[in-house]
Design a protein around this ligand. Structure first.
Ligand SMILES: O=P(O)(O)OC[C@H]1O[C@H](O)[C@H](O)[C@@H](O)[C@@H]1O
Length: 297
């Protein structure tokens, strides 16, 4: 993608600019009076979001993240689509689908002084033969303001129905994992991926003192991530997301994470996952949305 052309077509003075980022991938820098952000066109992935009055980024991005065609960037908000987790057909296709591992295109940028909107698109032409036979168009809409919000719209442009799972795989930057609390999942059933997928019940608030990998069913549309070390909490509000995931790998070795990184992030993911399959009829649409707002204290 030609950076000069992207700047001519979609750059907005003092607000939106394109540059060649890590791995040679096009990055979008966004800056307005409310917040700043960085989005990679590879993966359609927001890598940084910082409200103007915040010292620390809301998002964790690994210093060891790999920026290579075909691999996923560790951090920010990867988009998992059209499946979450391993290839449901066992065809060795990538974990969490193929849109976090491919380039998206820009379709629109608009701004006011306090809110910038970016729209990206992904169509079925990308490496179609290896991935997915059904024609589709995906649209990803970012709103960068004091609140970050992201909407993913799936359109079935073919003549056969298809079903998907999907998620925003959000990596939150936290001060100390041992003090983090996730509120709003109390009373929800979850599948414990670390205990052969056994179904369990969340009795109190979620705290993390060991490896955690859970898929929560029938979540409420409002979760809170408490981060007392950074003296802040993040309100996570979603629409059309019936499933949530809480993941922290603890001390498990992961090639693109530093040994101590598990102390500095937690993934709280929202979408439609596992048994929460979404059917998209021919010419039909599905969309889900999540927004994130940092509150002090
Ligand atoms: O390493 P990745 O493919 O990005 O997956 C990272 C993690 O994503 C989700 O949170 C899953 O529930 C985990 O089982 C998985 O380990």
């Amino acid at each position: 993608m030609d950076i000069d052309q992207l700047n001519i077509s979609y750059g907005i003075q003092d607000r939106v600019s394109f540059e060649t980022g890590n791995g040679g991938f096009p990055f979008i820098h966004i800056q307005n009076q409310s917040a700043s952000a960085l989005i990679s066109l590879y993966g359609g992935q927001i890598l940084s979001f910082k409200p103007a009055d915040e010292k620390d980024d809301m998002l964790f991005l690994s210093k060891k993240a790999i920026y290579n065609d075909g691999e996923a960037i560790r951090g920010g908000i990867p988009v998992c689509w059209p499946w979450f987790g391993p290839d449901p057909k066992g065809l060795q296709r990538p974990n969490h689908g193929f849109v976090r591992n491919n380039l998206w295109t820009v379709t629109a940028t608009t701004t006011t002084d306090t809110e910038t909107k970016i729209s990206l698109r992904f169509t079925e032409n990308h490496k179609k033969e290896k991935t997915w036979k059904q024609p589709f168009t995906l649209t990803l809409e970012f709103s960068i303001a004091s609140t970050l919000s992201i909407k993913l719209i799936t359109e079935n442009t073919g003549e056969q129905p298809f079903s998907i799972t999907q998620a925003f795989h959000t990596y939150f930057n936290v001060g100390d994992i041992n003090r983090v609390q996730v509120l709003g999942l109390e009373g929800c059933a979850y599948f414990d991926k670390l205990d052969q997928g056994k179904k369990k019940m969340q009795t109190g608030i979620v705290m993390i003192g060991e490896e955690v990998d859970r898929i929560y069913e029938d979540i409420r549309n409002h979760l809170t991530l408490n981060d007392p070390t950074n003296n802040r909490r993040i309100e996570i509000v979603s629409e059309n997301c019936r499933t949530g995931v809480v993941w922290n790998p603890w001390q498990k070795a992961i090639i693109d994470l530093d040994a101590q990184d598990y102390q500095r992030f937690v993934c709280v993911e929202t979408g439609n996952i596992a048994f929460d399959l979404v059917q998209v009829p021919p010419s039909g649409k599905n969309s889900f949305l999540t927004s994130y707002k940092i509150l002090r204290g």
